[in-house]
Design a protein around this ligand. Sequence first.
Ligand SMILES: [Zn+2]
Length: 424
Amino acid sequence: MFDAGLETLPRERLRELQWRKLGAMMAGLLGTESGNRFVKLKWAGAGLGAADDVRSWEDFARLPLTHKAELVDDQASHPPFGTNLTFPLERYVRVHQTSGTSGQPIRWLDTQESWDWWIRCWGFVLRGAGLTAADRVFFPFSFGLFIGFWAGFEGARAIGALAVPGGGQDSATRLAWMDRIGVTALVCTPSYALHLLEVARERGLDARKLGVRTTVHAGEPGANIPPVRARIEEGWGARAFDHAGMTEMGAYGYECAAQGGLHVNESEFIAEVIDPATGRPASEGELVLTNLGRLGSPAIRYRSGDRVRLAEGPCACGRTFLRLENGILGRLDDMLIVRGVNVFPSAIEAIVRRFRAVEEFQIEVFRTGELEEVRVLIEAVDATLTGAVEEAFRAEIGLRLEVCAVAPHTLPRHELKARRVVRK
Ligand SMILES: [Zn+2]
């Protein structure tokens, strides 16, 4: 564990710790001299003027939820960084931007303190996956605006591992570089881990011989979709771990050796699950998070847009942090409604990925009149495979979906978040 004292705290003590951190953060946000304009204005609208107004967890649950659209609007009217800032601009040392996969991108600033906090959060992720100072951790992506792997890279250094950058290289060069350096761990999106395997195969290279024993994945739900995980683990001869984080929030979710879902790092985040329609607490619904270590640019009761299900009972690993069963089940705004049936793209992926001959796929969404329809394109040499995939959809999600075969290498590959749902 990264911090066994915190990760095994009894639940009541954990709640006390969260409460203390929350109180300190609220005092800083509402401070009379500086303070955070965005939060002050939002809470004033809900009748809250001082940290003392929140006296219990019930009061906390009445604080207004934060929606992504509010932050987008705030930045549009106060460019370029908006008003969710607790300190003068000179206190901030890093800027990143959300991917914009669901709507307008948001820029996010960090202070030195909150950047150190990000790195600490990644310590939980990497240690949870069993990485140690002996590991050489490879980050095969271009170091751009996306925050996740910058923080992960620093996190690897923070646990004493060797952090290996992989920017500015194509996939074949990355494989050669991994071999030369003796990389033991790989951090990337699940899609990219699969793509690297494809490139290795094309070059007659057995990726299992590279010596990677651990892979850590974020950006997409893939590592918690069993056939995706199996494909990554078999291809690399490694164990694959899931991780969840958001630019606006931090690196909050990670897996342990027991792999019974994603633990939420409750020493640094408060997690709630709500029914997205009513806002009431639920065991399955939308994940709402509050970060406790990012005073300069916080996200409080932030609607993640992710659908999750709380796991029951303690984890075999001994951690007391709650778990999200099967990780992130899908983005609420990605959910497709096909002839009245709700389908997440991850459910389609879980079926398609079982067919070994299918290297890549795409979900086309189009409208026929008022109805949403879905067509699934699969890269397959053997066109008769489409019938088998259609049959699997029918049997498992109860839907007749059209499946079309396309030639190998005709669908896009993705380095960061895959965009496999295409609206026509
Ligand atoms: Zn565990």
